[in-house]
Design a protein around this ligand. Structure first.
Ligand SMILES: [Zn+2]
Ligand SMILES: [Zn+2]
Length: 340
């Protein structure tokens, strides 16, 4: 099958690799309907994460089940499915407590690769959610977004306790930040402040439900946000970048007693213990337990109540994956979809 493979920083090639094969009775193989490139794929692409040999890329997927192992009972060949970027068993204590992304048997799909014609899905029963039927082509981008960026933005908003009567600030205007805005709106937040310097992204944030835009960054952004919130800061802050600057901005933007949901993949962030002590904020984050939210998100998409697929502003065939990566790396695209 054809797949996007990273050979060295900046060097993505679409080439023939071996078809996935079922080895465990809990595995399934799906044929992808569409694939996409994620902001987190840019870390190895930029050489921030080291590579030990060619790496098949991708971790988001929507597709049709082709084959299942002998123990799989929840999905069957021919069914359309969506799953999370972390495969999870669904039955261990951690899965049952709502944290499938930390399942004791978890497999990060980035170690499997899904920017390809087919993909192996470990723990298929716990991981895959069957769709109510065959999706219209128009719903494919929305369903693909549910696999990671929507589910991650949603978790960010839930972890930040976005809800009625609350002011929510979102640090980061990538796909996850934009969809955290959408999530905060769905969860009933009263005011949603998107922090973004880029006009097309500001427009999308407004479309998704942002009521205010702050263009300043760092401590200037914090000052502006405080000005908008009577000097107090936001009740809820979603951090969707993962850098030192954005984490600091998020913590400083929350009011005492407020909540920060941090979902940007963290890279070498160090926070001052003293600052945390006196901030009196709740911090909750990590790899989003997307599987927990999938049934609800799929339902909202199926009923056409949300359209998270709008974050895809570049659509190219899988064979042009290298251009998709370049466009996202250069911030010419928010998120690129790969057609198959
Ligand atoms: Zn992702
Ligand atoms: Zn589990």
């Amino acid at each position: 099958m054809r797949a996007a493979v990273l050979h060295a920083p900046g060097d993505i090639r679409v080439e023939e690799i071996a078809d996935p094969k079922i080895t465990a009775p809990t595995d399934a193989v799906i044929r992808l309907t569409a694939a996409c490139v994620c902001g987190s794929d840019l870390w190895p692409y930029r050489g921030v994460e080291t590579l030990d040999g060619p790496l098949p890329m991708g971790h988001e997927y929507v597709g049709v089940v082709e084959e299942v192992g002998g123990d799989v009972t929840n999905v069957k060949p021919g069914q359309y499915v969506v799953g999370s970027f972390v495969a999870s068993c669904g039955s261990c204590e951690i899965c049952r407590s709502g944290y499938p992304s930390s399942c004791v048997h978890r497999v990060f799909m980035a170690q499997v690769g899904t920017q390809s014609e087919r993909a192996l899905i470990p723990h298929a029963d716990g991981t895959l959610v069957p769709l109510p039927g065959t999706p219209d082509a128009a719903l494919i981008p929305d369903l693909l977004a549910a696999s990671d960026v929507l589910g991650t933005g949603w978790f960010g908003a839930v972890a930040a306790e976005a809800g009625p009567g609350r002011t929510v600030a979102v640090v980061g205007d990538g796909a996850v930040g934009l969809l955290a805005v959408l999530a905060a709106r769905q969860l009933g937040a009263e005011r949603i402040i998107a922090m973004s310097r880029h006009q097309p992204r500001q427009r999308l944030a407004r479309e998704f439900g942002a009521t205010d835009i702050v263009t300043e960054r760092g401590d200037e952004g914090v000052a502006k946000l405080k000005e908008l919130t009577g000097g107090l800061g936001a009740h809820s802050v979603v951090e969707a970048v993962g850098t030192q600057e954005s984490m600091q901005q998020a913590v400083r933007s929350a009011r005492p007693g407020g909540h920060v949901g941090f979902v940007g993949v963290n890279h070498d962030v160090a926070l001052s213990g003293e600052e945390l002590f006196f901030s009196q904020v709740h911090l909750h984050g990590g790899p989003a337990p997307v599987r927990r939210f999938l049934p609800e998100l799929i339902d909202l998409i199926w009923q056409r109540k949300i359209n998270p697929g709008k974050v895809f502003d570049l659509v190219v065939p899988l064979d042009e994956a290298a251009e998709a990566y370049r466009a996202m790396d250069e911030r010419r695209a928010v998120k690129a979809m790969l057609t198959l």
